[in-house]
Design a protein around this ligand. Structure first.
Ligand code: TRP
Length: 338
């Protein structure tokens, strides 16, 4: 049997997972575990690239790892980035194999810089923000990832990782790093229910996202007030808001209700209340077990923190092996591996 392919992906500890992250990423990760050798990082070093509060980062890092476990990611595949110092070490070595100009072309750097300056003209733009994509390349190349399941917004970062790998291999005359490919699965794109012209996102504000930990009443309220018709489009095409509700129903796997309600829509007989009721019921069914698992984990923090320390330590062994080999290739003295 051929060895399993490696998958690596990561998420920043934002403190919350919403339906957009869940259906658009994490749920897919859970399914990939069956067929691939997976590692999933909670990348807290990436979260330090913009201004943040230390107590909050600490709490959110654990919380994100707990949330991943509650969603069904195995503890053994989760690591906390800051517990594996090799990430920053490899990041330096890769930075020396990446050109200044290449980083200047990163659109996410430009976007984030603009965003920061929008709120504060004299905003502090850290060198870390500039080097962000190199640290990401280190996350990916460290574990010899064959595939990286990410959204389209990460395409440029992934291309940079491939370029760095290629340059490194060429420079040292050895095909050491793999060329990681993005894994774009057709996944639901969940929009804000309050403004279906935008992606569901935490940064837009409370009414724009539904948390995985939302209580039933909150889900019902948010779906009930979801925008259906904005009244702008004169065409008889389905509005973005209604499409989003159908998309959510499908994402929850409620195909029977989806089919029935879509038939009603096509006959011009759909009552939005019926659609909304079906959607909130489907969401509640999907997220209730996750919330229950999360509460269970969160009530035994000590045990689960210990588990994550151990999984990070085990995954770190792979990172140490990589650094050992990389140092050999780059002409750096190495410490003996234990
Ligand atoms: N930049 C990614 C994001 O914002 C997060 C990330 C960091 C990542 N390192 C990674 C994603 C490695 C995939 C692989 O979503």
């Amino acid at each position: 049997m051929e060895a399993r392919k490696n998958i690596l992906s990561a998420i920043q500890p934002t403190g919350d997972i919403h339906l957009g992250n869940y259906f658009g990423a994490v749920k897919n990760w859970v399914q990939l575990q069956a067929d691939y050798n997976c590692a999933f990082g909670v990348v807290n070093y990436h979260s330090m690239t913009v201004p943040y509060k230390s107590a909050q980062l600490q709490e959110r890092t654990w919380r994100m790892a707990f949330l991943l476990m509650a969603c069904g990611i195995e503890a053994e595949s989760i690591f906390l980035q800051s517990l594996i110092p090799e990430h920053t070490e490899l990041s330096w070595i890769l930075a020396c194999n990446c050109s200044y100009g290449e980083l200047q072309r990163m659109t996410q750097f430009k976007d984030k810089t603009d965003q920061l300056k929008e709120t504060d003209k004299e905003a502090f733009i850290s060198a870390g923000l500039y080097l962000y994509p190199v640290l990401q390349a280190a996350d990916i190349l460290m574990y010899h990832a064959d595939y990286v399941p990410v959204g389209k917004d990460q395409e440029q970062h992934l291309e940079l990782s491939r370029n760095i790998a290629q340059r490194f291999n060429h420079l040292f005359g050895k095909p050491y790093f793999k060329h990681p490919e993005p894994l774009f699965t057709e996944l639901p794109k969940v929009l804000s229910t309050a403004d279906p012209s935008r992606k569901m996102s935490k940064s837009l504000g409370e009414k724009h996202y539904i948390s995985l930990l939302a209580e039933d009443a909150r889900v019902q309220k948010q779906i009930r007030s979801a925008v259906t018709d904005t009244g702008e489009s004169a065409s008889n095409e389905m509005s973005a808001g209604v499409k989003n509700l159908f998309e959510l129903l499908k994402a929850c796997g409620n195909m029977d209700a989806h089919e029935e309600l879509l038939a009603d829509y096509q006959k011009g007989e759909l009552k939005y209340v019926a659609l909304k009721d079906a959607v909130s019921t489907a969401i509640i069914n999907e997220i209730t077990p996750i919330r229950e698992r999360f509460n269970e984990i969160n009530s035994q923090k000590k045990i689960y923190k210990q588990m994550l320390q151990e999984s990070s330590a085990t995954i770190r062994k792979r990172a140490q092996q990589t650094l050992y080999e990389v140092k050999e290739i780059c002409g750096l003295p190495k410490l003996k591996l234990k």
